[in-house]
Design a protein around this ligand. Structure first.
Ligand SMILES: C[S@@+](CC[C@H](N)C(=O)[O-])C[C@H]1O[C@@H](n2cnc3c(N)ncnc32)[C@H](O)[C@@H]1O
Length: 209
């Protein structure tokens, strides 16, 4: 598609989200993955080094952006676990029901078109008792910050290629038929610099109920 969304934005994202604080969180997130794993919104593959071959049997990744897939391609050969990249999007996953033990979303649910539909798909493809691991920036609990997130969301959607500042993602996960106990606490993230007050993070592990 456009030069910005397919070339400049993937490059910018790697710079912005390659911060050590984010990388540490990615490591903690995917360190919980086991068995047959699906990652939705794989981007350029920043989580890849952290999948543990001792616990992960196979990794399937879905990423709709050609620009992101081009950046990820360079890393696939060095994957620590058997990996396959499958064309598609989170709203319509090309997999049978109950295909995976773990599904991972890392900074992805902010950008999908229909979060409810993606969560329904995550639930469908997870085996009973399987884990949905997510790290996402979300709508703040603080009303003043929420107002700024709502005001700036139209700008963020353009600059961030469809990324939203105002999604109450942990609550949406809980409402989509997952057991999330306790509800993840919001934390600020230094990697986003001046934006950090607008992008509180949550990281959680939800079990398919
Ligand atoms: C902020 S990036 C995060 C990328 C990567 N997960 C990371 O941690 O760096 C959001 C990603 O979600 C992808 N994405 C957007 N819409 C999607 C959809 N409907 N289904 C799956 N992925 C999607 C984007 O192309 C982009 O790669």
């Amino acid at each position: 598609m456009g030069l910005y969304s397919e070339t400049i934005f993937p490059w910018l994202l790697d710079k912005a989200l390659g911060h050590p604080n984010i990388m540490r969180r990615r490591q903690a997130l995917v360190g919980g993955a086991s068995g047959e794993v699906l990652e939705i919104g794989f981007g350029s593959g920043a989580t890849l080094p952290f999948y543990d071959p001792a616990t992960v049997t196979s990794l399937t990744v879905v990423e709709p952006s050609d620009g992101m897939n081009r950046r990820a391609a360079a890393h696939l050969a060095a994957a620590p676990v058997p990996i396959r990249s499958v064309p598609g999007a989170g709203e319509q996953l090309p997999f049978a029901a109950a295909s995976f033990d773990t599904v991972v979303c890392c900074l992805t649910l902010c950008s999908v078109q229909d979060v409810g539909q993606v969560l329904a798909e995550v639930r469908r493809v997870l085996r009973s008792g399987g884990a949905f691991l997510f790290m996402e920036h979300v709508l703040s609990d603080d009303p003043q910050r929420q107002r700024w997130q709502q005001r700036l969301n139209p700008v963020q959607r353009v600059v961030g290629v469809g990324c939203n500042l105002n999604r109450p993602t942990a609550h949406l996960v809980a409402a989509a038929g997952f057991r999330l106990d306790p509800m993840p606490v919001q934390e600020e993230e230094r990697a986003f610099g001046a934006l950090k007050r607008l992008t509180p993070l949550v990281m959680g592990s939800a079990i398919r109920a």
